[in-house]
Design a protein around this ligand. Structure first.
Ligand SMILES: [Zn+2]
Length: 126
């Protein structure tokens, strides 16, 4: 129940788009937790981001991180890899870019505290 409400609040705040790549195909966009369920992350909109399936999985695997200033970072070993267009454009190309979509309403934007917690985990993973 909480999760259904979380999903709807996040999807609405991000206009059903991926915050990283701005993909608008709602069937491919999910509500991601910033601080995960397992780490006690709450199902509130400020602990969520709309992410497409690729970027959701990459975020969960600490392949992509979001800095507390809302810039995107790609893990160093991933940046060094050479592969096809999906790696190049779908992942590496976002390194250093600002999030493509942030909620219009300030109070729906990611919490600095949650982003900091998650950013520490990303850095530890790198
Ligand atoms: Zn995406």
């Amino acid at each position: 129940m909480h999760q259904a409400r979380f999903r709807e609040a996040v999807m609405r705040a991000y206009q059903r788009c991926c915050a990283i790549c701005r993909l608008r195909r709602a069937e491919l966009v999910e509500a991601a937790h910033i601080v995960s369920d397992a780490d006690g992350g709450e199902p509130v909109v400020t602990n969520g981001m709309g992410l497409c399936k690729l970027h959701h999985a990459a975020f969960d695997q600490h392949i992509i991180g979001v800095r507390p200033d809302l810039r995107i970072a790609v893990r160093e070993d991933i940046l060094a890899e050479v592969d096809g267009p999906m790696l190049l454009h779908g992942l590496q190309g976002f390194h250093g870019q600002a999030l493509g979509v942030v909620p219009r309403n300030q109070r729906d934007r990611p919490s600095a505290e949650f982003l900091e917690r998650r950013w520490e985990q990303f850095r530890a993973a790198g």
